[in-house]
Design a protein around this ligand. Structure first.
Ligand SMILES: [Zn+2]
Length: 167
């Protein structure tokens, strides 16, 4: 198992904890060259701010910190980030995004700011998709099969649901 697969395993562990608590199983970790910096998961039903990625961003980047873009920091997340998490990730000193399952409903990993402002031109982001995707999809499938959240029962995020159930 390579380093990305190992670190994604920690994000999947967070996702499993979210699922056990009844929440959409999104887990995220930040790591610097294989060293864990922080971990987070979705911990409530309906909140547009406390996504797994935002939880771990706050753990690692609140207050004073010493990290810069010279550090090889990667974000690992079990689902392609939304526009808020993508934007925050581009703002932080993070060089790589590694995610498991793509999200054709709200995923923004391919988003571009046009015209690209100089700050972002000088700060490229490497994106790697599909790491341990099968395991992430299985957790989402189990969530969809068991959730009592009205958003999902009422057919919310149909493109995401189709991605989970695509085989
Ligand atoms: Zn998000």
């Amino acid at each position: 198992m390579d380093q990305d697969e190992t670190m994604m395993g920690m994000a999947l562990d967070e996702a499993r904890s979210a699922l056990a608590e009844g929440y959409l199983p999104v887990g995220a970790v930040l790591a610097s060259d294989g060293t864990l910096l922080g971990r987070g998961r979705k911990g409530m039903e309906s909140n547009h701010l406390d996504h797994a990625e935002m939880v771990v961003f706050r753990q690692v980047f609140s207050g004073d910190y010493r990290y810069t873009r010279a550090d090889p920091i990667s974000l690992y997340t079990t689902l392609e980030p939304c526009i808020m998490c993508w934007g925050t990730l581009r703002h932080l000193p993070i060089r790589r995004l590694v995610y498991a399952m793509s999200d054709p409903y709200g995923g923004c990993a391919a988003a571009e700011v046009t015209p690209t402002p100089p700050r972002h031109l000088s700060r490229p982001l490497e994106v790697i998709a599909g790491v341990r995707q099968r395991e992430a999809r299985e957790l989402f499938r189990r969530f969809l099969d068991t959730t009592t959240e009205s958003f999902w029962i009422n057919g919310g995020a149909s493109e995401f649901v189709a991605q989970v159930r695509c085989d």
